[in-house]
Design a protein. Structure first.
Length: 100
């Protein structure tokens, strides 16, 4: 199991190899897809990619937390968080890869 991180450049290179677009067109396509996903999330909508997973916005209520060092109570403001929920297909593929 490697520790390599997949980057935008890696995605663009994969599109270039698999689809046959030029490197510049591949990079523009990757940027356009990521921009569309980002813009949809910013607008407050969820993004579902079939057989991959869903990006869902979740609202968290305010609460009182504690500074672990001092024990002092600190208010935590309400906020919106982004959560990724993998599809069962993706979970199965990852599990299968780990069991090899």
């Amino acid at each position: 199991m490697g520790s390599k991180t997949l980057t935008r450049a890696d995605l663009a290179d994969a599109v270039h190899r698999e689809v046959g677009l030029s490197r510049q067109e591949s990079a523009q396509l990757v940027e356009a897809v990521l921009d569309e996903i980002s813009n949809t999330l910013v607008a407050g909508e969820s993004v579902k990619l079939s057989s991959f997973g869903s990006f869902v916005l979740r609202d968290k209520n305010g609460r009182v937390g504690r500074n672990p060092k001092t024990g002092e109570e600190v208010p935590i403001e309400p906020r919106r968080v982004l959560v990724f929920k993998p599809s069962q297909v993706l979970k199965d593929r990852v599990d299968a890869a780990l069991s090899r």
